[in-house]
Design a binder for this molecule. Structure first.
Ligand code: SF4
Length: 155
């Protein structure tokens, strides 16, 4: 199978703080699958390092803002679209994306208050992948990946 994976989980130092989040179980996927690294925030043109961003719902709708209040929604959307395009071109059947991230988080993300509080929700890229039919799992739920791949329609 061909699987899109958050680049920071593979060891690329692309997080907002300039660090990586290498995950041995995710890296081991290389033994059985073809891996396509994606970092939606980098692909959207955001610098490394950068201020942390969170998704916030306000009077003007859902926006992605950094901790200084700068609206980075356009960069997040552009990066998500670029990551999805790379995954589609490569033929990715699924995606393993970093938990809790405003781009990559699936199901639980920080709540927009910059207080370390989690809430139900999806990162911009993870939601785009999901809606495009590419199932997403995070590194904390890798045990779900075999069932996800098994459930995919056969060509
Ligand atoms: Fe990792 Fe995704 Fe953030 Fe890039 S956008 S640093 S891949 S969590």
């Amino acid at each position: 199978m061909i699987i899109a994976v958050s680049a920071c989980l593979l060891g690329t130092p692309c997080r907002y703080d300039g660090a990586a989040r290498p995950n041995a179980a995710v890296q081991a996927l290389r033994e059985r699958h073809q891996i396509v690294p994606v970092c939606p925030e980098s692909m959207g043109g955001l610098p490394i390092p950068r201020l942390p961003n969170e998704i916030a719902v306000g009077a003007d709708g859902t926006r992605v803002i950094d901790s200084a209040g700068v609206d980075n929604t356009a960069a997040f959307v552009a990066g998500a679209q670029a990551a999805l395009e790379r995954a589609r071109r490569a033929g990715c059947a699924a995606a393993v994306l970093k938990s809790k991230s405003p781009s990559c988080g699936s199901g639980r993300i920080y709540d927009g208050t910059f207080t370390g509080t989690l809430a139900d929700g999806w990162g911009v890229a993870a939601a785009l992948f999901r809606d495009a039919g590419i199932p997403v799992v995070d590194e904390d739920h890798l045990e779900d990946l075999p069932d996800m791949l098994h459930a995919l329609p056969r060509e």
